[in-house]
Design a protein around this ligand. Structure first.
Ligand code: UT7
Length: 321
């Protein structure tokens, strides 16, 4: 069978780390509140000259290097972001130009925090149908630019960064490597719980992020547990078969609650929320790259990716390394 095999990964963070104590000097908050409610200790914030496309390009270059594949051999770029450099053209085309692989397919996917899962599912389908042979799948964000820095209920939660993987279509056996199954969902009913209060077609402005955190939390735990169960059932695996869960990093308490619902031990979950905070579409590939580079995720491991975000959108993807 043809599967999309993960050949390499890379990530990039802005130069500036901002601690909870730094934020407490700016808004009415404390390190204690942020750590207890979210697990976040610091986040990286983009400075001058650092944009979604520059971070994405750095992450993509590292993924290509890890894969041992030249940019010229990439024929598909799918980039997930809710914070593009420009309303159009797609940030993927800027990354393509910076990498020097002009001419291949390149487009953005907008599914906010689930964006990387949507991008992965899209690229996997295109590789398996033969539209492309090697893909860069990127999640990249500069959420700091859409935060209301006066709103303590949201500004302490997010950070900037980018992560990327290289996928290659390969003929493999059923127990071989590659993406096994992806399940994606959306429910537009809950727009008002997590959204940006601007846009080109409404206000003509970029807008700022607004969130009713407690309600989002409740939906996140239910939707994530449900899509994880759905993905396991359709692929014929059980929670015990999973070596690593690479979740969207919104809140350490969501990771714990979801793991508990599925009976997954905490040691199997890759956690980076303490270091990166919530980087939306970048958080899953950032966490994956951390797990690869420190040697936890190894060849042959069964890895479950999962995410939930604005829309609502949510999804999961099971892959063999
Ligand atoms: O990535 C997309 C998905 N996003 C998420 O999954 C986020 C989901 N939600 C969450 O992670 C949590 O709901 C939050 C971390 C956003 C909030 O935690 P919570 O335990 O649900 O707190 P809360 O919103 O119920 O607020 C509790 C209290 C409030 O004070 P009162 O009304 O009880 O007096 C808030 O005003 O904490 C207060 N508060 C803060 N205090 C200090 C809210 N933000 C802060 C803050 N510092 N930064």
């Amino acid at each position: 069978m043809i599967r999309s095999v993960i050949r390499g990964s890379g990530s990039a963070l802005p130069g500036k780390a901002v601690t909870n104590a730094d934020l407490a000097q700016r808004v009415d908050t404390s390190d204690e509140w942020i750590v207890e409610r979210t697990g976040i200790k610091q986040r990286y914030i983009a400075g001058e000259g650092e944009t979604t496309s520059t971070l994405a390009t750095q992450a993509a270059n590292k993924a290509l290097e890890a894969a041992g594949i030249a940019a010229a051999d990439i024929d598909l770029i799918v980039l997930a972001t809710a914070t593009p450099d420009q309303t159009f053209p797609a940030t993927a085309t800027q990354v393509q130009h910076a990498l020097g692989c002009n001419g291949c397919i390149a487009f953005d996917v907008a599914a906010v925090c689930s964006g990387f899962l949507y991008a992965l599912g899209t690229a996997d389908s295109m590789l398996r149908t033969g539209m492309a042979k090697r893909a860069l799948v990127i999640g990249a964000e500069t959420f700091s630019r859409i935060l209301d820095w006066e709103d303590r209920t949201t500004c302490v939660l997010f950070g900037d960064g980018a992560g990327a993987i290289v996928l290659e279509a390969q003929e493999v056996d059923a127990d071989g490597p590659g993406v096994i199954d992806t399940k994606l969902h959306a429910d537009g009913e809950h727009n008002e719980l997590l959204y940006v209060d601007g846009g080109p077609s409404t206000t003509g402005t970029v807008g700022k992020l607004r969130m009713r955190g407690r309600e989002v939390f409740r939906h996140a735990v239910v939707n994530l547990a449900s899509v994880l169960e759905e993905t396991l059932a359709s692929s014929g695996f059980t929670a015990d078969d999973i070596d690593w869960v690479v979740p969207h990093q919104a809140n350490a308490r969501i990771l714990d609650a979801t793991a508990r619902k599925l009976g997954l031990p905490a040691e199997k979950i890759i956690v980076t929320v303490d270091q990166h905070a919530n980087t939306s579409a970048a958080s899953v590939p950032l966490a994956f790259d951390a797990g690869i580079r420190d040697g936890r995720i190894k060849a042959g491991d069964l890895v479950m990716f999962e995410a939930m975000g604005g829309g609502f959108t949510w999804g999961a993807c099971l892959a063999r390394m």
